[in-house]
Ligand binder design. Structure first.
Ligand SMILES: CC(C)(COP(=O)(O)OP(=O)(O)OC[C@H]1O[C@@H](n2cnc3c(N)ncnc32)[C@H](O)[C@@H]1OP(=O)(O)O)[C@@H](O)C(=O)NCCC(=O)NCCS
Length: 289
């Protein structure tokens, strides 16, 4: 793991520098794409801080020197999914909830020990955390073996794959990739979307997503697709705001890197949400996005 992107602070906005609207939003400058941060958040922050600091975020293609920062953002974004899947995701799986509740009742009835009622849910939560972590580590390992271990080799040498970074004051604060879809002809897949936690809700995710759409239009792809197992509202809101529609949900999805062990199946379940954005005849294709 490389060096931290800037200094992590838990103190929130008072401690971090705030990028503001750059003149000439979205103006193209070679491969770079400049845009403004979310005005809404900026206003909230300046109200809190009583100060403004100018800064511009730039979306550009990956360069070799970005590797450590890109891997770190990818790693941290992925690891956030561990508690998300283990705890928040639980309410999306009523059958599992029922199973855990039934197991608790059965254990209580057979043992008549009250402490079982407290202990078993704790064991379940620990199990869910452990197995979510295990699967997500497996996924990370696969990603490192595929593209994230040799980013330059994977993305720089292929016309069908691209990785962009969002850079603020020389530091990478967000990443996204586009890869031609293996089986769906004419489709490109948006992957690896992640923004540094300190710079979220400023429109960086939107700017990265738009870069992928721009790439898809320029390269005449007919659609952009993506799949996510995230339960966080942020990811779904982002994709919907970019114009994607949820076209299906796979229940009982097997995450790449997962094994089919009994315990893993008992403690790790996710839905896989499929999103798609048809570019043919869309406003984006006609330059109105
Ligand atoms: C998902 C993620 C990339 C969003 O990045 P971001 O820079 O914060 O996104 P933006 O600021 O461009 O926000 C896009 C929209 O989502 C909304 N949004 C972002 N975070 C939100 C949150 N936590 N709750 C509710 N809405 C949220 C924004 O309000 C905005 O909508 P609006 O324009 O209607 O206000 C970021 O949260 C992240 O890196 N998460 C961890 C990794 C991850 O989950 N990646 C996706 C895996 S598929």
């Amino acid at each position: 793991r490389g060096k931290r992107v800037g200094e992590r602070t838990t103190e929130r906005w008072e401690e971090v520098e705030v990028p503001t609207c750059a003149a000439g939003n979205k103006a193209e400058e070679g491969l770079e794409n400049r845009w403004s941060v979310s005005q809404k958040n900026f206003e909230t922050m300046t109200a809190q801080q009583g100060r403004q600091r100018l800064g511009t975020v730039v979306v550009r293609e990956f360069e070799a020197a970005d590797k450590d920062q890109v891997q770190l953002i990818f790693y941290e974004g992925l690891m956030e999914m561990v508690p998300d899947t283990a705890f928040r995701g639980l309410r999306h799986h009523p059958k599992s909830l029922l199973l855990y509740a039934a197991a608790t009742v059965i254990c209580f009835v057979t043992t008549t020990c009250w402490w079982v009622i407290g202990l078993l849910p704790a064991v379940v939560l620990c199990g869910r955390y452990f197995y979510s972590r295990q699967v997500i580590h497996g996924y990370l390992e696969q990603a490192m073996n595929r593209d994230m271990g040799d980013i330059e080799g994977f993305y720089k040498n292929s016309p069908d794959a691209r990785l962009w970074v969002a850079v603020l004051e020389g530091k990478v604060v967000g990443i996204v990739a586009a890869v031609r879809h293996q089986t769906m002809g004419g489709a490109v897949e948006l992957q690896r979307m992640a923004v540094d936690r300190r710079w979220r809700q400023f429109g960086i995710g939107m700017a990265l997503g738009r870069k992928v759409l721009e790439f898809a239009v320029t390269n005449k792809y007919s659609s952009v697709v993506l799949g996510t197992t995230a339960y966080s509202r942020a990811a779904h809101k982002l994709y919907q705001r970019l114009g994607f529609r949820c076209v299906g949900v796979t229940n009982g999805y097997v995450t790449p890197g997962a094994t089919s062990s009994l315990l893993q199946n008992l403690f790790y379940q996710v839905h896989h949400y499929h999103y798609s954005l048809n570019l043919q005849n869309s406003k984006i294709q006609n330059g109105h996005h």
